[in-house]
Write a protein that binds this ligand. Sequence first.
Ligand code: UD1
Length: 431
Amino acid sequence: MDKLVIRGGNPLLGTIRISGAKNAALPAMAAALLTDETVVLENIPQVRDIETERRLLSAMGAEVELGYGRAQHRTTICAAKLSENPEASYELVKTMRASSLVLGPLVARVGFARVSVPGGCAIGARPIDLHIKGLEKLGAQIVQEHGYIEARAKKLRGAHYSFDKITVTGTEDIMMAAALAEGDTVLENCAREPEVVDLAALLVKMGAWIEGAGSSTIRIKGVEKLHGARHRIIPDRIEAATFILAGALTGGDLMLTECDPTHLTALLNKLEEVGVKVKTGEGCVRVMGDAGPLKAADITTEEYPGFPTDVQAQYMALVTQAEGTSIITENIFENRFMHAQELCRMGANIKIEGRRAVVRGRVTLSGAAVQASDLRASASLVLAALVAQDETIIDRVYHIDRGYERIEEKLRGVGAQVKRIGEILPKRVGV
Ligand code: UD1
């Protein structure tokens, strides 16, 4: 199993190019199931979850070509021939819960889908009951047995559906299903994340009629058929946030290019409070971490446009180095503080009280052997290691490979001392 070895102490200086958003790429790839024509997606990040989705779509009969490098990470998907009984197996769903995104498109297009029920995961229970309720509202019949959900519908019908709770992939799943339903759909209490807006933009290019994506009410007029399209995936705001925090934490001066600062407002406002200097421009963010001592500041994770839960762990690493006490409240997932224990092994002073973490700074972190428990938790350990004394060895790096493209190369490029040890990375597909 791969490990990352990081020697802390270097300020990060230079430029990092931000990759395409994994969380926008995954639903966009699922959307290709809605048409028998070719969908071309650009700016697809080269991360393990994308490879998992390729396997998922291929297993259903779609042709997926991942072309990295020359062709701007272009992916071509053609779902002209889909198997009659497409299935998302337990093997795939357990490694990537976003696999449930195929449910809506499959029922809408071929009238049937069989998807393994996602179990618990490191950050808490992540049910898909709201996807199921939404599909039932559109007229699908759902049966759950042997650990699988089977959804059937001759033809979905438009409906009025209000999500009991805001869900990102749930909004995306039902929006895709409704695009091919008969009649009008109104979805309420929708997620407003930029990834939902990006998916709607792709669906509109494919011939769908969708209005209101990015607000809490989305209106969809179902169409008979969708066609092929070409679409460029938005930049990854979580990757950008992670590197912004790395620049701030190490007292560096980093320029992030090909990102969208408008998607980062909650974090950038918070950093002002912490005392980090940030400048934004067209498609770029510069973070200057040497403006003075960091000051403690509380955060509460919320749905977009609030502070993202996917940046909570990395922010926790930052405030171990801030003067004073910061309270971090996690509102989205019930068990998303696994990284706190590992940060404490490196010398952090963090107490968990239910959904709150009390972080007392500023402490000297020292390198240790630590374990990544989920994708963003591993990013938080990388950040802590960048300022820790001596060497940190991070185990279970496969978590970080799910969502960060060549993180060690990007960090090395701006002066960090990072190396990967263990097995060789999977071969790049294409050139
Ligand atoms: C997406 C993101 C993930 C991010 C999360 C919250 C993708 C691929 N992943 O995950 O990185 O951390 O949004 O911003 O885009 N819930 C239910 N029933 C459901 C669905 C969700 O109770 O049917 C609950 C979840 O347990 C959680 C909350 O709703 O407590 C939000 O989850 P959701 O927005 O659905 O997360 P994902 O879409 O899985």
